[in-house]
Design a protein around this ligand. Structure first.
Ligand code: HEC
Ligand code: HEC
Ligand code: HEC
Ligand code: HEC
Ligand code: HEC
Ligand code: HEC
Ligand code: HEC
Ligand code: HEC
Ligand code: HEC
Length: 314
């Protein structure tokens, strides 16, 4: 016979059990609680769990996509709570017996095993998960996703970056520098460039290379140009930090030093501040040297189509 929940019986029992659970949690190491292994009989998990007053905070999941009963792919249509928490008959009968699968810090499963519980249904959308850095570094699905909260912070473009930088502290510092992409304004966010579920590219970029990733929005930098500047075609990161910088235009280093990292071997490139070395006639030298230095003259730094201008000046 299917077990029928009786809320009136539950409440009295529950207060006692809650006290027991709290005590148990402090002595858990000493007294090992075996997780239950048996499925709740039909009608049990679906009805008993949502009615449980133990933790009203978990009920947010009932209004979300996992509890669309009409959708045969959802947990609601497949053993409900037990689709994620595992067969937990004993838990529904004796709440001090924990559900067989728990997530996050209280879990006895490895992060990989926890993610496997989700991938059973979500493998299709996440083919690169296993080869991604997050999986390799023991970050699990629930390190980012909050399934019981009514709103999942990482599914919202405005709040996702906060979640990411809660672990990525250096990036947090970078996106707060004076020159940065408008990440804090949510005009662009981490997931425009990275796929948190893994990708075949380095740093889990959403495109094959850094440059392809940038061209999504800065298409004009792709060229082709009649006169290309080698490092631009190679990798935007030679000169920019996409997360943020203390220098205008997200530059790693300010010109002329930026340029002199690679151009110090001949003529004026070595010493742009020395007026006498400059290749142009006298006159307005002063104004050309101050401020942006090299860029005042070589303004088409990403490449140019002007046939006469090999040195990227117009
Ligand atoms: C889609 C998978 C999924 C389903 C379905 C699900 N849960 Fe959870 N549950 C989780 C995850 C993941 C956590 C960890 C915290 C979080 O993400 O909010 C969790 C945490 C909990 C917790 C907090 C205690 C603990 O173990 O850490 C309770 C209680 C809970 N779930 C009960 C339920 C109940 C009751 C249902 C059915 C109404 C249910 N869950 C359905 C995934 C699920
Ligand atoms: C029984 C199958 C099943 C299991 C197990 C399951 N999910 Fe889902 N999940 C679904 C379905 C179905 C949807 C709705 C997909 C859609 O509408 O395209 C969904 C939707 C989602 C969404 C999108 C939510 C939204 O608001 O758009 C996230 C995130 C998610 N699941 C994460 C997880 C995580 C993390 C786990 C493991 C703790 C998990 N799921 C376990 C079936 C499952
Ligand atoms: C590092 C954080 C992070 C981890 C770990 C993570 N996700 Fe996500 N997930 C996200 C973000 C961010 C989005 C929103 C994607 C977007 O806006 O393009 C998302 C979206 C989703 C969606 C909605 C559909 C989609 O693909 O856009 C599902 C389903 C989902 N994740 C399931 C999972 C599962 C299953 C795992 C574990 C195998 C997992 N996620 C691990 C951050 C994460
Ligand atoms: C629970 C902590 C945690 C959260 C949350 C998290 N990450 Fe990570 N992430 C890590 C760890 C650990 C690594 C591996 C060490 C490292 O590179 O910092 C990593 C690595 C990365 C890498 C480098 C990949 C590589 O191959 O070099 C990227 C990119 C990344 N995460 C993006 C994100 C984004 C985007 C989000 C938010 C959607 C996010 N992370 C959320 C922990 C986290
Ligand atoms: C405009 C694109 C872009 C945005 C937006 C972006 N990144 Fe990156 N990120 C990159 C590129 C490009 C790399 C470097 C890849 C390489 O080294 O080849 C990188 C590298 C990383 C790395 C690994 C190396 C490192 O610097 O630690 C992490 C972690 C990371 N990003 C996290 C994030 C997080 C978190 C966010 C959101 C706050 C974010 N990124 C936003 C483009 C971006
Ligand atoms: C999703 C779109 C998007 C992607 C992808 C993107 N950017 Fe941007 N980028 C922007 C936006 C938006 C701005 C701000 C434009 C403005 O303020 O007028 C910007 C501004 C910049 C600036 C000028 C910053 C300043 O201080 O004015 C640089 C440099 C830049 N991006 C480099 C890159 C590089 C390098 C990449 C690849 C790693 C990249 N962007 C990828 C959207 C993007
Ligand atoms: C050799 C160094 C160098 C490389 C490599 C480089 N940039 Fe730049 N970038 C600069 C300099 C210097 C400026 C500022 C001068 C200016 O305004 O043109 C700049 C400015 C920008 C700006 C803002 C002003 C504008 O022109 O729109 C964007 C966007 C930008 N770069 C994107 C990129 C992208 C995308 C790549 C890779 C395809 C890239 N850069 C590669 C040096 C470089
Ligand atoms: C990462 C290395 C690197 C950086 C940084 C760099 N360049 Fe270059 N640059 C090259 C290479 C490689 C070439 C092509 C080989 C050559 O002509 O020396 C080149 C070529 C040039 C040329 C000559 C083009 C021609 O057709 O003769 C000019 C002018 C130039 N760079 C200016 C600059 C300026 C200005 C900066 C700073 C904003 C800069 N470069 C930063 C590597 C770099
Ligand atoms: C006052 C304008 C001006 C400034 C400032 C300037 N350049 Fe030039 N640069 C030129 C002109 C003009 C040429 C072409 C010379 C020629 O064809 O003989 C040139 C050529 C070059 C070349 C091509 C190879 C060569 O040496 O002939 C490189 C590389 C170069 N400049 C780098 C730099 C760097 C790096 C800086 C900053 C440290 C810089 N330039 C500052 C005007 C300038």
């Amino acid at each position: 016979m299917a077990w029928t929940p009786d809320p009136s019986r539950w409440h009295g029992l529950f207060t006692l059990l809650l006290a027991g659970m709290l005590a148990a949690s402090t002595t858990q190491a000493a007294e090992k609680i075996e997780p239950s292994t048996e499925m709740t009989p039909a009608g049990g998990g679906e009805t008993a769990c949502p009615e449980c007053p133990a933790n009203p905070g978990v009920h947010g999941i009932l209004g979300g996509p996992h509890f669309v009963v009409a959708d045969p792919r959802t947990p609601a249509a497949n053993a409900a709570c037990e689709a994620c928490h595992g067969p937990s008959r004993e838990h529904t009968l004796f709440p001090t017996r924990i559900a067989s699968i728990r997530f996050g810090e209280g879990s006895h499963l490895t992060p990989e095993e926890q993610s496997a519980q989700c991938l059973g249904c979500h493998q299709g959308d996440h083919i690169d998960w296993a080869s991604g850095t997050h999986a390799a570094e023991d970050v699990s699905c629930v390190s980012c996703h909050s399934l019981h909260a009514g709103r999942d912070q990482v599914l919202n473009r405005v709040t996702v970056a906060d979640k990411c930088v809660s672990c990525h502290l250096r990036v947090r510092m970078e996106i707060n520098k004076p020159y940065r992409h408008p990440v804090r304004e949510a005009a662009i966010t981490c997931t425009n460039c990275h796929n948190p579920h893994g990708s075949p590219a380095e740093a889990m970029l959403v495109r094959e290379t850094v440059n392809q990733t940038c061209y999504q929005c800065h298409a004009e930098k792709r060229g082709p140009f009649m006169h290309e500047h080698e490092p631009v075609q190679d990798d935007c990161m030679h000169c920019h930090n996409p997360h943020g910088s203390n220098h205008e235009n997200l530059l790693l280093v300010r010109a002329p030093f930026l340029c002199q990292q690679c151009h110090s071997d001949h003529s004026h490139a070595r010493e742009a501040y020395d007026f006498e070395d400059l290749p142009l006639g006298s006159g307005s030298r002063q104004s050309r040297v101050v401020g942006g230095a090299c860029i005042n003259c070589h303004s088409q730094i990403h490449g140019t189509n002007n046939p006469g201008r090999r040195s990227m000046r117009q």
